[in-house]
Design a protein around this ligand. Structure first.
Ligand code: MSK
Length: 650
């Protein structure tokens, strides 16, 4: 059947978030394609306030019991109060979110071991990082092959998942003062999986009924995520697939190609995308694509599987979480290959409207209506070839194609090691210039803007509004996940975005040639932010703990339970963290006050919620200024014009 190219027009755009996405959605809707837009419109029931505020208990068959705090009769049949129920629900969200990263970390460790033993096509690439991890885990390196070192390291790391006693190793990377606090509180995670199991036990009917004690275990579990499984995933992925360095790439729907076989990778684990990236360049595969009339294979990403290969290989990103169905609605995708997390079940119905094959690859995430082809790292390349050939086989079935002419250049790949080299130079890599610029006030502080984009708001726009406000106020911004994709679409990940920055930040960015918004990777790579904050502390001059650094974080459009776990480990690490639109404990003022106010006394970090993006940024700026004030670096300094020698020094 002849392929029809539908010209892209902007006439029907109603101007929400991403114009290109809106137009694709509207045209697809006219063809009867149902996406999240129709599902949201068709929802008969509005969100339940008890569910939204965390005060609905369905942990036993007496209920569900819904609580209204301060109404004496409004307690559970068992006597549970609103604060207990909200704390149990909050802890379960942390457990679910953390377990996603823990299972990811475990899978990475298994692949790492397999690579070290030569049982799969992946390799030990970053030997420098291998050696630094080996030192951390007390693995001897002298006179040993990299594979030998990696096997012992992998086995030690894998053992931490089932560990019952002692504490995890990664938290020993945190500033000494933070480690001492965790030790004093008893919050150091004992084993990765153990902390999730304990939350599930404590939240079982009739067990832990003290909201403070429940939040304590949620903290220990969240730390087992951020300073445990997520950090393990990031570091082992870097060793196997290389540590990201700055690379140019392109984002948004326009990265899909009219004359190539488009394969979209979606989810979180990088194994499938890495294998697909290798296979897509094989001459036999390119020849097979040409045989069906395509010019070759165009690999593109969605969500964090996309971010993983974007950061390391410059593979373009077609869309963020909210855009996943839009990507299929272009009609230009031959196959979407998914692994785990953030994959909408609605994709299966959208795929049916086109020639697209939706393929699940993980035994942990199957979808009715999708093809399941299990990915085993031992047969990574064979499976990747099979997946690619299936996509090629669909190319001739393409019909309507509506690819918006919208894409944006980005510079990505800012691992914390890159920041070190970028600011300090190759030979004296150091955070000193960053610290000095924070101390002298050119950079006011550091803001992390992370997490999902949401279809409950003007998707992506909340992120970009927060980010623009922060950089305009000289706050250097770090982004990960779908926040990074939203910023990429808006052109904020280019060095040219320095024009939007305040004078101090702009001066630093222009001198170094870096964007004011640094893409640090996927969701598990929020662990890079923890290490970056630790490096700032280690460099000196900005306090001796993360809680003293002029820094703050936010997840303006959060939606997943992973976000709650990430937020909690950031709070427990000493950060001020603001979430957008809604917070899952607001049904209990007692618990919310504890999380938003009292926690600051206990661990130096605390939560907040704010819907207005400008105010959210201002809250972060006020916190940064509070920290500057405490460090005695808040006084305004005279602006100095840089001569050549000073620029070289910078
Ligand atoms: S993918 S967790 S929607 S950032 Fe990591 Fe995006 Fe949030 Fe999923």
């Amino acid at each position: 059947m002849a392929r029809k190219i539908i010209p892209f027009t902007h006439t029907q755009c109603h101007g929400i978030f991403c114009e290109a996405s809106t137009c694709v959605l509207e045209e697809a809707a006219r063809d009867g394609v149902k996406t999240y837009v129709q599902r949201m419109e068709g929802r008969a029931i509005q969100p339940c306030l008890f569910g939204q505020g965390g005060t609905c208990c369905r942990n036993c068959s007496f209920g569900p019991c819904m609580m209204i705090e301060d109404v004496p009769e409004s307690i559970g049949i068992c006597g549970a109060t609103a604060s207990t129920v909200a704390a149990r629900n909050f802890a379960r969200m942390v457990a679910a979110g953390a377990s996603a990263h823990m299972d990811h970390g475990r899978e990475t460790a298994l692949t790492f071991l397999s690579a070290a033993k030569g049982e799969c096509p992946f390799e030990i690439k970053d030997e420098k990082k291998l050696h630094s991890m080996a030192e951390l885990y007390k693995v001897k390196t002298e006179g040993r092959s990299k594979e030998d070192i990696a096997i012992e390291l992998g086995e030690k790391i894998l053992a931490e998942f089932g560990q019952q006693e002692g504490t995890l190793v990664m938290p020993s990377r945190a500033p000494a003062k933070r480690q001492a606090l965790w030790k004093k509180l008893g919050a150091l995670p004992r084993g990765v999986d153990r902390e999730v199991v304990e939350i599930m036990h404590r939240t079982h009917m009739g067990t832990d009924q003290d909201y403070r004690n429940l939040v304590f275990q949620a903290t220990r579990c969240a730390l087992a995520d951020g300073w445990g499984a997520s950090m393990i995933a990031t570091e082992l992925q870097d060793i196997m697939f290389t540590t990201p360095v700055p690379i140019r790439a392109v984002v948004n729907l326009g990265v899909l190609s009219e004359d190539h076989v488009n394969i979209v990778i979606h989810g979180h684990e990088p194994q499938v995308p890495e294998a697909m990236a290798i296979v897509a360049q094989e001459p036999e595969i390119v020849a097979a694509a040409q045989e069906v009339g395509a010019k070759g294979i165009n690999l593109a990403g969605v969500c964090c599987s996309g971010n993983e290969v974007l950061m390391r290989h410059g593979v373009p990103i077609a869309g963020s979480f909210v855009q996943q169905e839009v990507v299929l609605a272009t009609g230009a995708v031959e196959a979407m290959v998914v692994d785990v997390q953030c994959i909408m079940q609605g994709l299966a119905e959208v795929a049916k409207c086109f020639h697209t094959e939706l393929i699940t690859t993980s035994p942990r995430a199957k979808i009715p209506g999708a093809t399941h082809i299990e990915f085993e790292h031992e047969h990574a390349l064979e499976t990747a070839r099979e997946l690619t050939l299936r996509a090629i086989g669909r190319f001739k079935q393409r019909q309507k194609v509506r690819i918006p002419d919208r894409k944006m250049d980005v510079v990505v790949g800012f691992s914390h090691e890159t920041i070190n080299h970028m600011l300090g130079g190759t030979f004296r890599a150091s955070y000193r210039p960053l610290n000095d610029n924070i101390i002298n006030g050119r950079i006011r502080g550091v803001g992390a803007v992370v997490g999902c984009d949401s279809c409950r708001v003007e998707s992506g726009k909340v992120h970009t509004t927060v980010v623009k406000e922060l950089i305009a106020n000289n706050v250097l911004v770090l982004v990960t996940g779908c926040s990074a994709t939203a910023c990429g679409r808006e052109g904020l990940l280019r060095p040219e975005a320095a024009e939007l920055a305040g004078p101090g930040l702009r001066e630093v960015c222009e001198t170094v040639g870096m964007p004011p918004v640094l893409h640090m990777g996927s969701c598990v790579d929020n662990s890079r932010i923890l290490i970056a904050a630790t490096e700032i502390v280690r460099e000196g001059g900005l306090g001796d703990d993360i809680s003293q650094v002029p820094a703050a974080g936010c997840a303006p459009e959060w939606m997943s339970e992973k976000a709650i776990s990430i937020g909690q480990y950031c709070v427990a690490s000493g950060f001020f963290v603001v979430f957008g639109r809604t917070f899952p404990t607001t049904g209990s003022k007692v618990l919310t006050d504890y999380l938003f106010k009292e926690l600051e006394e206990i661990c130096g970090g605390m939560w907040a919620v704010e819907s207005d993006p400008t105010e959210m940024a201002q809250m972060m700026i006020r916190h940064i200024d509070k920290k500057r004030e405490a460090l005695g670096i808040q006084e305004k300094k005279e602006r100095v014009l840089f001569d050549m020698a000073m620029r070289r020094e910078l």
